[in-house]
Ligand binder design. Structure first.
Ligand SMILES: *Cc1c(COP(=O)(O)O)cnc(C)c1O
Length: 381
C-alpha cells in the first residue's frame, strides 16, 4: 500500500481521528428510526452551514454527479444556459450542459481572474431567453473566488435560476444560500466540511422545483433525477428517505465532522482557513514565490503559487513527497507545470502542518542551493 502522505492538496484533506473512527463502526441500515435520527441531525447541521431552509438531499456519488443531476433535472435539451467558465471546473459545467444538448452561452474571464458581474449583465441582455446560469463559486483549478453574491443578485433580478458548484467553498467561506437566492447549491464532505469522499450534498429552492416540474423530458434517466430523490424524501421520508442504499458510515463520519464544526463555531471554522492561507502566502512570499492570483480574489481555501525558474513544479512536488512525506497539488489542464496549489483543508490548516510544510519548502530551496534564512517562511504563523 502507498505510504500515507500528509495532504496539502486542494482536496481531499486529512481529517480528524474521530471522523476516521466513524468509518470503522459496525454497518447501520439506511432506514428505520435509528437511521432517521442520524440522517435528520446531519441534514439539520448542513442546513446551518448552507444557511438555508431549502430541501437538502444526500446523494451517493461525487460532486460532479450532483452538478450533472441539477443541470439535467432543471433544463431540457435546447434550453439556453449561461455557463461561468474560468477554470477546470467551470469547463466541466460546460461539458455537462453540452452533454444534455443545452445551448451554452459562455461566460468567461482569463485564467486567474474572477468572472465579471458586468459581463454577466450584458449576457443576460443579449440572451433574454436564457433560463439559468451555472458557475463555480471557488474555482479550485485557479484558486480564484468568483463574485457569487453579485452574480446571484443579477440572476435573481433577471428571474433566471442559479446553479452553483460550491464543492470547494461551502464551509470554508460564508455562503448564505437563502439570503443570496441560490437555487441549487452542491457540495461534498471531503473539502471544507472535512470528512470523507463518497456522498454529495445538494440544496434545492422552491423555484428550482418549479423548473423541475416544468421539465417534461426525463430522458436523462432515473438515478440522477431530482424527481426520484424527491419522491423518496416525501413519500418514504419518515423511515427510508433515499431511493438507494446509503453509505451509512460515510454519513456518520460527516456527522462527526459537522458536530465538531458546530462546536468550534462556523465563524471560527472560516477563520482557520483565512489564517492558514495568509500564513502560507506570507511565508512563501518571503521565500521569493509569487502567488498566482491577486489577494482580492484569492481563495482562503487553496493557494495557487507560480512556478519558478530555478526548478520545475514536478521537482518540488516529488521532493516534498519523497523527502518529507507530503503532497501538494499541481496545476490542472493548461496550468499544468505553471503553478502548484496548496490546500488548507482539514489538518493542513493546523499549526503543526503549516510549520512542517513551510519549513520543508525552505529545506527544498536550500537543497537547490538557494540562500534562505532558517525560519524565514514562518513569519505568518
Ligand atoms: C473537487 C471539486 C470538484 C470535484 O468533485 P468530485 O466530487 O470529484 O466530482 C468539483 N468542483 C470543484 C469546484 C471542486 O473543487
Amino acid at each position: 500500500m502507498e505510504k500515507h502522505l500528509k495532504l496539502f492538496t486542494p482536496g481531499p484533506g486529512d481529517v480528524d481521528e474521530d471522523v476516521l473512527a466513524a468509518m470503522s463502526l459496525p454497518v447501520l441500515r439506511h432506514y428505520g428510526p435509528g437511521w432517521m435520527e442520524i440522517y435528520n441531525e446531519t441534514l439539520s447541521l448542513l442546513r446551518d452551514i448552507f444557511k438555508t431552509n431549502n430541501e437538502i438531499f444526500l446523494v451517493l456519488g461525487p460532486g460532479s454527479a450532483l452538478m450533472d443531476m441539477s443541470i439535467g433535472s432543471l433544463l431540457s435539451p435546447g434550453d439556453k444556459i449561461i455557463v461561468g467558465q474560468n477554470g477546470f471546473f467551470g469547463d466541466r459545467l460546460r461539458d455537462i450542459a453540452e452533454g444534455y444538448g443545452l445551448v451554452v452561452i459562455p461566460f468567461t474571464s482569463s485564467l486567474g481572474e474572477p468572472l465579471d458581474p458586468d459581463e454577466f449583465r450584458k449576457l443576460i441582455v443579449q440572451n433574454p431567453d436564457a433560463s439559468a446560469i451555472t458557475l463555480v463559486h471557488h474555482e479550485t483549478g485557479t484558486t480564484v473566488m468568483n463574485p457569487l453574491k453579485e452574480i446571484a443578485e443579477i440572476a435573481r433580478k433577471a428571474g433566471i435560476a442559479i446553479i452553483v458548484d460550491a464543492v470547494s467553498s461551502m464551509g470554508g467561506v460564508d455562503l448564505p444560500v437563502d439570503e443570496w437566492g441560490i437555487d441549487i447549491c452542491v457540495t461534498t464532505p471531503n473539502k471544507c466540511l472535512e470528512a470523507i469522499p463518497g456522498v454529495g450534498i445538494i440544496s434545492i429552492s422552491p423555484r428550482a422545483w418549479e423548473m423541475v416540474d416544468k421539465h417534461t423530458d426525463n430522458g436523462h434517466g432515473w438515478y440522477l433525477n431530482l424527481k426520484t430523490w424527491r419522491y423518496f424524501a416525501r413519500e418514504w421520508g419518515s423511515w427510508h428517505p433515499s431511493p438507494v442504499t446509503m453509505p451509512t458510515n460515510n454519513i456518520l463520519a460527516m456527522l462527526t465532522s459537522l458536530r465538531n464544526i458546530k462546536q468550534v463555531g462556523l465563524e471560527a471554522h472560516y477563520a482557520k482557513y483565512a489564517h492558514a492561507s495568509q500564513a502560507v502566502r506570507a511565508g512563501l512570499g518571503n521565500l521569493g514565490f509569487e502567488m498566482f492570483v491577486h489577494q482580492e480574489c484569492a481563495s482562503p481555501i487553496v493557494t495557487g503559487v507560480k512556478a519558478r525558474k530555478e526548478f520545475t513544479v514536478a521537482e518540488i512536488q516529488n521532493w516534498l513527497a519523497s523527502e518529507r512525506g507530503m503532497a501538494v497539488g499541481g496545476g490542472l489542464g493548461t496550468l499544468s507545470g505553471k503553478i502548484f496549489r496548496v490546500g488548507h483543508l482539514g489538518k493542513a490548516a493546523t499549526r503543526e502542518y503549516l510549520i512542517d510544510f513551510l519549513f520543508s519548502v525552505e529545506e527544498f530551496l536550500r537543497y537547490k542551493g538557494l540562500k534562505v534564512a532558517e525560519g524565514s517562511s514562518l513569519i505568518g504563523i
